[in-house]
Ligand binder design. Structure first.
Ligand code: ZN
Ligand code: ZN
Length: 289
């Protein structure tokens, strides 16, 4: 089965409108699953090392290490896996099948990508270290299911709204587009790592801040915040991969291709503003499903 058809079968059975709300719901459930897997299966093994790290170094250094680890595995680890099809020149399941990877551009982009990845991690560590209450760093006070559901729903909603308005502003305001957001749009057919190819100000205030406001508002546990940052970095490398295994029906790839559609993450805000548009192949496949 072709990529678009398979994606449509899985996520778009009820057409494009329901696809976005279905996608938001599936993302919430998936995010909760990742949180529970970490708490139930990984944390018991990691607890001694985490407690030792927080006891032997400053809180800022310990949180920086967690943010660095989330970026190293979530962004660079998963991003490398999602980049393989583009790097080997695979055409099957490519969202923009007529486009291929510009390897020279990727090499030239790597220094800024590395800088932004590190800057985003430090920015997150600063806000989480000094923005969360002391109890958030007690590894024996991890959240229960109810708190996890509330926190994750708030994280996603806040990120959808803030990211949408900041991103839309960077397009609507011509000066902001020319001086800041144009950098990210150098990639019209992106590869996973292009998620962080942007003006550093955009990475900090347009990308990282909307992710961090939710944990700060909820006064979440550091484990919940770190796993959220990890999962979101996997998600953003996936949606920039350029292939149909992305988890947003090609929504963000279409933004890079068309510029003036899909400013949000889940499509909810784009539905309200009439800017939601899936790639033609995905829409066609949804109608056939
Ligand atoms: Zn992008
Ligand atoms: Zn844009």
């Amino acid at each position: 089965m072709a990529g678009p058809q398979l994606t449509a079968k899985l996520f778009s059975r009820h057409g494009a409108v329901w696809a976005t709300f279905g996608h938001a719901g599936a993302s919430l459930v998936g995010m909760l699953l990742v949180q529970r897997v970490f708490l139930d299966m990984l944390l018991p093994h990691l607890l001694p090392a985490l407690e030792a790290m927080f006891a032997s170094s400053s809180r800022f250094m310990a949180v920086s290490n967690l943010c660095g680890l989330a970026g190293a595995i979530g962004f660079w680890g998963f991003g490398s896996i999602f980049a393989v099809p583009a790097l080997v020149g695979c055409k099957r399941w490519k969202i923009q099948p007529l486009r291929s990877l510009d390897r020279r551009m990727l090499l030239q982009s790597l220094p800024l990508m590395l800088f932004n990845s590190a800057a985003g991690g430090i920015f997150a560590a600063v806000l989480l270290t000094w923005g969360l209450p002391d109890v958030a760093f007690d590894w024996h006070e991890c959240p229960g299911v109810g708190t996890l559901v509330r926190d994750t729903a708030v994280f996603m909603l806040v990120n959808e709204v803030l990211f949408f308005y900041m991103h839309r502003f960077l397009h609507v305001n011509k000066r902001a587009y020319q001086t800041i957001h144009k950098v990210h749009h150098k990639w019209t057919a992106p590869i996973s790592f292009a998620a962080v190819y942007a003006h550093p100000l955009e990475v900090l205030f347009g990308n990282a801040l909307p992710l961090l406001v939710g944990p700060l508002l909820c006064r979440s546990h550091i484990s919940t915040a770190t796993v959220w940052l990890f999962a979101y970095q996997v998600h953003t490398t996936c949606t920039h991969s350029g292939f149909w295994f992305c988890d947003d029906n090609g929504m963000h790839d279409e933004h890079h291709a068309k510029f003036n559609v899909n400013f949000g993450v889940h499509g909810i805000m784009d539905h309200l503003y009439g800017t939601f548009k899936l790639p033609e192949a995905s829409v066609t496949a949804a109608k056939q499903a």
